[in-house]
Structure formats: C-alpha cells, structure tokens
Design a protein around this ligand. Structure first.
Ligand code: NAD
Ligand code: UD1
Length: 346
C-alpha cells in the first residue's frame, strides 16, 4: 500500500460520507470529497477540518454530469472510491421515481465509466438492508434472498448492486457493497451529524426534534405487530461504527484481500431494538418525556429486521463497538447544538 492512498468520497458532505471522511483522514488516507450539496452543506468541510486537523479537497460536482466528474478524475489519481452520493428519501422516491432512478443510477454509471477511464478499480458501495424486504428468517445473513423492493429508492439500491456485480464479473472493478441497517447518532464532538432537510422521516431525528420542541408530537407507527411489545424492530447502528466499517472495507480492497471481485457485508450491531424501547431509552437518558401518539402502521414498513454480523466480524474484522446509549446521546448532543445556533448556510 502507498503511504497515503488517495480516496474519492462521493456524497462526502452528507451524513454518512462526512463521518467516513473523518475516519479516513484519521486512518491516514488522503481524502477528496465531491458532492452537489443537494442534501448537505459546504460548512461540513470546515467541520471535518476542525475534527481531524486536515482539510479534505472538495469539489462541488453533480455526478450526473459525466464531463465534470471526469475532470475530477484527471485532477487526482484515486486508489479507490467510496460511493455515497444518492437521493435517499423513501417517500419522495415514490412521488418522483424518475428523479431517483436518474440521480442514483446515472451517477453510478458515470462513476463506473470514470473509474474505467482512469484505471481506478476499487469501489465501496452504500447499500441498504432494504434489499432484504421482510425476511422469513432472522437475523439476516448476506445469503438471505433479496426481495422485490418496496420503493423506487430501494430499487435503485438493488439495481445498483446488480450493475456493480456485472461490472465486477467482467473484471472491471473490485467492489464491496455494505448493506447498512439503521444508521443513527452523530460524531461525539457534536460537530457533524444528520441534517434532514425538511420534515424528517427516520425515527432518531423525529425523536430528537420532538425533544427539542420542533415537532409538537410524533406518531409511533403501529403497536400491534407480532413483536414482544407490538412495535417494529430495527438494528440501529452508530454512525461512527458505520464509518469505521468503510475504512475496513477499503483496506481490504487496497490490500487485495477480497475473496471475490464482488463482496457483500451486513453492517449492523446484530441486536434488534423496538420503537418503544428506543423511546424509553431516550427518555431515561435525557430525562425528557417525548410527546407521542400511537397511530396506524406506516405503508411499506416491515415488521422486524436485524443483522447477522458474523461475516463482517470474521472476514472484514469489523464489529460495532458503540451502544444504543451512545447513539442516543450523540444524536441528542447534535440536535441541541443545531437548535442553539444557526449552522450550515448554503
Ligand atoms: P445524505 O443525503 O446525507 O448524503 C448523500 C450526499 O449525496 C448528499 O450530501 C447529497 O448532496 C449528495 N448527492 C446526492 N446526489 C448527488 C449527485 N447527483 N451528485 C453529487 N452529490 C450528490 O445521505 P446519507 O444518509 O449520508 O446516505 C449516504 C448513502 O448511504 C446513500 O447512498 C444512501 O442511500 C445510503 N444509505 C443511507 C441510509 C441511512 O439511513 N442514512 C441507509 C442505507 C443506505
Ligand atoms: C427507512 C426506509 C429504508 C431506509 C432507511 C434508512 C421505509 C419504509 N424504509 O427504514 O428504505 O433504508 O429508512 O434511511 O421508509 N417510526 C415511527 N415513527 C416515526 C418514524 C419512524 O414509529 O415518526 C418507526 C418506523 O415505523 C420503523 C422505525 O421507527 O419501525 C424506524 O423507522 P425509520 O427510521 O424510518 O427507518 P426504516 O423504516 O427502518
């Protein structure tokens, strides 16, 4: 391995990309970020600099523009790419499927083309446990069959994996696809975190915004599921643990330790947490009573899912270290500094 391999991080000012950029810089990688800032802010670069003491190179690029993307590849010699850039709001994808297919798939195709032209053959891809749908058996392993996605967003992940699998089979690329479970929490400095533009849909920002008084009360979507307390179960994973999984995946590719040219790993904790357990834990840790109602089930929700993480542990050498309490406390710290002062101006 070169002393400082150069990594392109697409979507690197976003939630997962920014935490991964921090982890990469701290692990000694040269890091170049591209993003079109459609769902993030330039100020994130300053925050990464403050946390790590190193300012990553940043280029504002829309990945649908293949010419601009190729120019970035001409400016730097990338050893590998981590591809985060995508639109990710499930309900928006139902309303605007063409936007989602165009953004997420054209960006990927342009990226693969640029990699080919510039001889970058290592790529880590952001996939999602959404590809498993509601599995028949729990926990899910990487061999659990992929199901028909519930949304155009989910379909972009399934199709992207298929494109990457085919390109790697044709010896164009070495790919590791990381299937994230439910990322949440924030960096322990409180300097970077999730910044949902508009009304949040995911449970953790809904909870922290309710606690901050931004949302008057929230709904728990269903308490009559076939689970111990009737609410849905998910495998929540701390964003900093998730960032570390990317560093491990990258090191595996750079050291040529991959067993095949297309590998998949589940990235979760292996523990299922119910919505009610999450609410109770937040109230216990912060002393804040969360105003909520129990409403009907949300369309498209699955009942329960959590990961079998043994492949990530045994093959990738990665295991989540942080707890549910860490996820809640860092997410709350992040929310509090967001409401105390205005951050992130476009
Ligand atoms: P995010 O929206 O915070 O970050 C994505 C970044 O990509 C944003 O900064 C956005 O501006 C950028 N982007 C989007 N389209 C672009 C384009 N055409 N050109 C350049 N930049 C573009 O989302 P995130 O939560 O950090 O998610 C990162 C990746 O992980 C996405 O691919 C997402 O689908 C995937 N993922 C996220 C979750 C989750 O719960 N957050 C779960 C599973 C998978
Ligand atoms: C959702 C997406 C999934 C995506 C993931 C991460 C759907 C159907 N799935 O997963 O494709 O990969 O986000 O971005 O949207 N909940 C409430 N009240 C709320 C919000 C959530 O009760 O106000 C519950 C949900 O019913 C669910 C759990 O909290 O049981 C987690 O929800 P969420 O954070 O949206 O994640 P997922 O539904 O797992």
């Amino acid at each position: 391995m070169n002393s400082k391999p150069c990594i392109l991080v697409t979507g690197g000012t976003g939630f997962i990309g920014s935490h991964t950029a921090v982890a990469l810089l701290q692990a000694g990688f040269e890091t170049v970020i591209i993003d079109n800032l459609s769902n993030s802010y330039h100020e994130v670069i300053d925050r990464i600099d403050t946390i790590t003491g190193t300012r990553p190179a940043f280029h504002r690029v829309d990945m649908r523009d293949d010419q601009s993307l190729n120019e970035i590849f001409s400016l730097h010699q990338f050893d590998a790419v981590i591809h985060f850039a995508a639109l990710k709001a499930v309900s928006d994808s139902v309303d605007q499927p063409l936007l989602y297919y165009h953004n997420n798939l054209v960006s990927l195709l342009n990226l693969i083309n640029a990699c080919m032209q510039h001889k970058t053959d290592k790529l880590v891809f952001s996939s999602s446990c959404t590809v498993y749908g509601q599995p028949e058996q729990l926990p899910v392993t990487e061999n659990t069959p992929v199901q028909k996605p519930h949304s155009p967003y989910g379909n972009t992940k399934k199709i992207s994996e298929e494109i990457l699998r085919d390109c790697s089979a044709a010896s164009l690329l070495n790919v590791i696809s990381l299937r994230y479970f439910n990322p949440c929490g924030a960096h322990d400095t409180g300097l970077i975190g999730e910044f949902p533009i508009g009304k949040p849909n995911n449970l953790m920002p809904v909870i922290t915004q309710t606690a901050a008084g931004i949302i008057p009360q929230f709904e728990i979507f269903g308490n009559n599921y076939n689970t111990p307390d009737g609410s849905c179960i998910r495998d929540y994973i701390h964003i900093s643990d998730l960032a570390d999984a990317h560093v491990k995946a990258l090191e595996r590719l750079i050291r040529k330790q991959n067993d095949s040219c297309f590998e998949v790993f589940n990235v979760g904790t292996g523990t299922g947490i119910s919505v009610l357990e999450m609410v109770n834990a937040f109230e216990r840790l912060t002393g804040i009573k969360l105003k909520h109602t129990i409403s009907g089930r949300r369309a498209g929700d699955i009942e329960q899912i959590w990961a079998d993480t043994s492949k990530a542990e045994n093959v990738l050498g990665w295991k989540a270290k942080l707890t549910l309490d860490d996820m809640i406390l860092t997410a709350w710290k992040w929310q509090q500094q967001l409401t105390q002062k205005t951050v992130y101006t476009k």
